[in-house]
Ligand binder design. Structure first.
Ligand code: ASP
Ligand code: MG
Length: 441
C-alpha cells in the first residue's frame, strides 16, 4: 500500500485533476490511498468568508461559485455538493448572527474545502474509469483530540485507520480521503493546522505501514534553494529525515514541518514528486545516511524573526542561570529556534515577537535586554557538514563577499545545519552567492 497526497495546486482545476488521475492510475497495483487538499485558494476563501461573516457581512457566495465552477468543469451533478453548500450557508449565517469566530467554528468552516474536493474528484475518477470512492477522513478513523487548529489523532488511531480502510473500502476501489480535517469524540470537526494535508498523509501512511508516502506538489521534489530567488536551484535526489525536517522548518514550502515525524518514527520513505512532471524522480527522504551525499544539501531561510540579547554579570560562574532564563521564556510561550551564548550573555531567536517582548519585561530582572527585529535565520543544511573541513569558513566567506554582516551564529557537535542570523534586507544578496559557490561549481 502507498499513500499519495496531492496538494491544492495539483487539484486546482480540471487540467490538473486529469494529471492526478493519470498518476494515480499508473500506481494502481500498489494499492494507493489518495489524500487530497482543497482546490487551490478554496481554504483561504472559506476563511475569508467566515471572517467577513463575523464582521456582519454576507459573504459565502463567492467561494460557493468558485467551487461550483470547478465541479461543473468536472461534469459533476449539481446534487453532489448541494448538501455541503447548504451547510456552508447555515454556518456562515450562524457566524454572522453571533458575530464571533471561535477556533471551533474556524476549523468547521475550513473543513469544507477538502470535503468538497474529495467528493468532486472521486466522482470524476469513477466516471472516467478509475473506480474511486470519496471519504471524510473521520469516517475511516481519523478521530482527533479537541485542539482546534492543531488537532492530532487520539490513541488507537493506527488500528482504527487500518480497520476503517479494510471495512469501508470495497476491494478494487481507490479511497480518496480528505487531508487536513478530523473529528473529535464529540463529533465536532477539527483540523490539523494550515497546510496540514501532508501531515494527514504521513499519519495515515504510518498507521497502515505504507511502503511509501508520496507528496505530489509543483516542484521537482525538494529544491536546493527557493527557485524564485535562485533560478539555478536544483532538485535534491535523496535526503535524510532530519535534513528534510530542518529544511521544512526553515523555509522550504514544499513540506509541512510536522509531516516527517510520523514517517520518521515508522521509518517510511517520503517521496516528494511533481504533478506536472511525473517522470522526474523527485526527492526521496529516508532514515538512511548516504555516504556519498554532497557536503551541502540545501539552503533555507526564515525571515521576520526576532532576537533577544541578554547581558548579565550574574551569569559568570553561576549554576542555574540559563534554567531561569528558559523558564521565563517558557512561561511566555516563546518558541525558541536558535541559541548562542557566552560567559556573560545569551541570544535567543524566535518568530514570536510578541511573546519575546512579554518575556523581556521579566527577563530585565536578570540582566540587560535588547530586542532586535527584522532578522533572518539562514540555515545551510547537509548531513556531512560536521566532517567537512573548512565548510564553515567557506560559508562565512560567501556571506562576507556578498557584503553582508553575520550577527549571530550556531553550529553544534555533529550538526547538520550551519545557521546564521542576518538582516531581512540582506537575504536576497546572500542566497544567490552561497548557492553559486556551494552548488554551481
Ligand atoms: N487546504 C488546507 C490549507 O490550505 C490544507 C492543505 O492544503 O494542506 O491549509
Ligand atoms: Mg502544501
Amino acid at each position: 500500500m502507498i499513500v499519495m497526497k496531492f496538494g491544492g495546486s495539483s487539484v486546482a482545476n480540471r487540467a490538473q485533476i486529469e494529471k492526478v488521475m493519470a498518476i494515480v492510475a499508473s500506481h494502481r497495483e500498489r494499492s494507493p490511498v489518495v489524500v487530497l487538499s482543497a482546490h487551490k485558494g478554496i481554504t483561504d476563501a472559506l476563511i475569508d468568508a467566515a471572517r467577513a461573516a463575523a464582521g456582519g457581512a454576507d459573504s459565502g457566495e463567492r467561494v460557493i461559485a468558485r467551487q461550483t465552477e470547478i465541479a461543473t468543469s468536472l461534469d459533476c451533478s449539481p446534487e453532489l455538493l448541494s448538501p455541503l453548500f447548504a451547510e456552508i450557508r447555515d454556518l456562515l449565517r450562524g457566524i454572522r448572527l453571533v458575530k464571533e469566530l471561535s477556533a471551533r467554528s474556524l476549523d468547521y468552516i475550513s473543513s469544507f474545502g477538502e470535503r468538497m474536493s474529495v467528493r468532486c474528484i472521486a466522482d470524476f475518477f469513477a466516471r472516467e474509469g478509475l473506480p474511486a470512492l470519496g471519504f471524510d477522513a473521520w469516517d475511516l478513523g481519523f478521530i482527533t483530540d479537541s485542539n482546534f487548529g492543531r488537532a492530532r489523532p487520539t490513541a488507537g488511531f493506527d488500528a482504527r485507520m487500518r480497520e476503517g480502510l479494510k471495512s469501508k473500502v470495497p476491494s478494487g476501489m481507490v479511497p480518496v480521503v480528505t487531508g487536513f480535517v478530523g473529528m473529535n469524540e464529540a463529533g465536532e470537526i477539527t483540523t490539523v493546522g494550515r497546510n496540514g494535508s501532508d501531515l494527514t498523509a504521513s499519519l495515515i501512511g504510518a498507521a497502515v505501514r505504507a511502503d511509501e508516502v508520496q507528496i505530489w506538489s509543483d516542484t521537482d521534489g525538494v529544491m536546493s534553494a527557493d527557485p524564485s530567488v535562485v533560478p539555478a536551484a536544483r532538485s535534491i535526489p535523496t535526503m535524510r529525515f532530519d535534513e528534510a525536517a530542518e529544511l521544512a522548518y526553515f523555509g522550504s514550502r514544499v513540506l509541512h514541518p510536522s509531516t516527517l515525524l510520523p514517517a520518521m518514527t515508522s521509518d517510511i520513505p517520503v517521496r516528494v514528486m511533481n504533478t506536472n512532471r511525473p517522470s522526474h524522480p523527485g526527492t526521496v527522504i529516508t532514515g538512511t545516511t548516504d555516504p556519498n551525499a554532497p557536503e551541502v544539501t540545501s539552503i533555507a531561510y526564515k525571515e521576520r524573526q526576532a532576537v533577544l540579547h541578554l547581558t548579565s554579570t550574574r551569569m559568570f560562574e553561576q549554576v542555574g542561570f540559563m534554567a531561569e532564563v528558559f523558564a521565563t521564556l517558557a512561561r511566555h510561550h516563546v518558541d525558541v529556534d536558535m541559541i548562542s551564548t557566552s560567559e556573560v550573555s545569551v541570544s535567543v531567536s524566535s518568530y514570536n515577537v510578541r511573546a519575546l517582548e512579554a518575556a523581556m519585561a521579566e527577563l530585565s530582572a536578570l540582566g540587560e535586554c535588547e530586542l532586535h527585529r527584522g532578522k533572518t535565520i539562514l540555515s545551510i543544511v547537509g548531513q556531512h557538514l560536521a566532517r567537512t573541513r573548512g565548510i564553515g569558513g567557506r560559508i562565512l566567506q560567501c556571506i562576507a563577499d556578498a557584503g553582508v554582516n553575520v550577527e549571530m551564529m550556531t553550529f553544534g557537535i555533529g550538526s547538520i545545519n550551519f545557521t546564521v542570523v542576518i538582516d531581512d534586507a540582506d537575504i536576497a544578496k546572500v542566497v544567490p552567492v552561497l548557492h553559486g559557490r556551494l552548488f554551481e561549481v
